[in-house]
Design a protein around this ligand. Structure first.
Ligand SMILES: Nc1nc2c(ncn2[C@@H]2O[C@H](COP(=O)(O)OP(=O)(O)OP(=O)(O)O)[C@@H](O)[C@H]2O)c(=O)[nH]1
Ligand SMILES: [Mg+2]
Length: 458
């Protein structure tokens, strides 16, 4: 990528709509736009004030009008990319946008690659790498929770925390370097206690962040949730209710579902990758049995098990078999079909499972309670309302694991009286790993890979 090139792309989704935007960024953005833009009074975009919107037309090479437009002119450096930016608002539609984009290219712009506008924002120091990554997370958000986390990251909350840990480690490094380089000078070094305390603080801040990574993963990719239970309790009915469509076949015949069905759904502001499974029971049917084996596998692998029971029937050996095999799992027991009460004492279930929800798919009753319970079980209730950061990116998690490993090694070395210049290598490595998160110490290949996943025009 050459930063001295001026780039252009369509920044809005392709298709029919109210408006579309063609974005141009680079030092020649205004000059290029002037070659294809005509204002009623002949004004030039190179001459207008920054951050203004200008009415006019985009014309073809022979002067034919291609569309009526509003053109935003934003001069560097206070723009998204930090460069001169022109945004042409034209009528939404495939042809208008393509024709105008083609005109910008004829006029000297080059086609932007995916994420290139944001990459330039990063390279020009408008945002750090974790902020740039959050832009894509905002665009790709499927729940308000992922959106909140991404917006916080864009606002720099994560960067601030990472930089503050980095600063602590940098002060330790400075301390060691002073000791080594000016050993004979009368400097006031940190006491061993102070040195260790700072190192400890850094380790525990990193550990605290890392502890959020599991939750972050679940929030970002959805909690893998298996609905299990004996046949006919209403598992497929629950999947259909939560997904809002007739996804799975529902009948009153036991053993209706043979194969697992997976759907991505939003339960309030949490995402679930929900799997409807075949009812678990002893059966001689070969096909059903394969399904039952799959159900058992999901039961043992899912992040969350929704164990469903039929509130209109007494508990039986199939229920008990499942109950006995859920000991080490995160489970919410759902007693379904309770619109007219429950055929067994619900306490029998509540005694075994702390989280029990009385439910009726037919009456859509219990959904809110279910949502509340899932949130509590995964400690997601306070996200967005408190100020803590959540690690949702595997790249950030890996960098933190490395940084913490180096910081711990430095601590061990310090406690074992290893020479200080050896300790400084570990601290330098920890600083460098943290720098990868915000993009201070990251190589070009990694940066390219990150932005390659962006959408065109962003
Ligand atoms: N009364 C009542 N019936 C329900 C409720 N939910 C589901 N059912 C009925 O229970 C029967 C079984 O529902 P399914 O969703 O197919 O049950 P399942 O657990 O998927 O069954 P298998 O696929 O055979 O394991 C159907 O006749 C549903 O209409 C409910 O809340 N109340
Ligand atoms: Mg079913």
């Amino acid at each position: 990528m050459l930063l001295d090139e001026t780039i252009a792309a369509i920044s809005t989704p392709q298709g029919e709509g109210g408006i579309s935007i063609i974005r141009i960024s680079g030092s020649n953005a205004m000059e290029i736009a002037d070659k294809i833009y005509v204002s009623p009074k002949g004004k030039k975009l190179t001459a207008v004030k920054s951050h203004t919107i200008n009415y006019g037309h985009i014309t073809a090479a022979d002067g034919t009008i291609l569309d009526e437009v509003l053109v935003s002119v934003m001069k560097a450096p206070h723009t998204y990319t930090g460069e001169n930016v022109v945004e042409i608002n034209c009528h939404g539609g495939i042809i208008s946008t393509k024709l105008i984009l083609a005109r910008t290219l004829e006029a000297g712009a080059v086609m932007a690659s995916p994420g290139e506008f944001t990459k330039r924002a990063f390279l020009n120091g408008r945002m750090d790498l974790s902020q740039a990554e959050s832009v894509m997370d905002i665009i790709g958000s499927k729940t308000s929770l992922t959106h909140t986390i991404a917006v916080n990251q864009l606002e720099g909350r994560l960067s601030k925390e990472i930089n503050s840990i980095r600063d602590k480690l940098l002060s330790l490094l400075a301390h060691i370097q002073v000791l080594i380089d000016y050993a004979d000078e009368d400097l006031e070094p940190l006491s061993d206690g102070e040195f260790l305390a700072l190192l400890d603080e850094s380790c525990s801040s990193m550990k605290k962040l890392l502890d959020t990574a599991d939750r972050g993963r679940l929030i970002q990719s959805g909690i893998m949730t298996a609905i299990v239970g004996k046949p006919n309790v209403g598992k497929s009915s629950l999947l259909n209710l939560l997904s809002g469509e007739d996804r799975a076949i529902v009948t009153d015949i036991e053993g209706t579902t043979r194969d697992a069905i997976e759907e991505y759904i939003n339960l309030g502001d949490i995402a679930l990758r929900i799997i409807d499974t075949a009812g678990i029971r002893d059966t001689d049917d070969i096909i059903e049995n394969i399904g039952v084996d799959k159900s058992k596998k999901y039961m043992s692998e899912a992040d969350l098990v929704l164990f469903m029971l039929d509130g209109q029937k007494e508990l039986d050996e199939n229920d008990r078999f499942i109950m006995d095999n859920l000991d080490d799992r995160k489970v919410i027991a759902i007693v379904n079909k309770t619109e007219n009460g429950c055929a067994f004492d619900p306490q029998l279930i509540a005694d075994k499972f702390t989280n029990t929800v009385m439910f009726s798919v037919h009456h859509s009753r219990g959904i809110e309670e279910l949502e509340k319970t899932v949130k509590a079980l995964f400690d997601m209730g306070s996200i967005g309302t408190d100020n803590s950061n959540i690690i949702t990116s595997i790249r950030h998690k890996d960098a933190l694991i490395n940084a913490l490993g180096y910081a711990k090694a430095a601590k061990d070395a310090f406690e074992n009286n290893i020479p200080q210049d050896m300790i400084s290598i570990d601290i330098e490595n920890a600083i460098s790993s943290l720098g990868e998160i915000v993009g201070l110490t990251v190589n070009e290949e990694v940066v390219d890979k990150i932005f390659h996943n962006f959408c065109l025009g962003k």
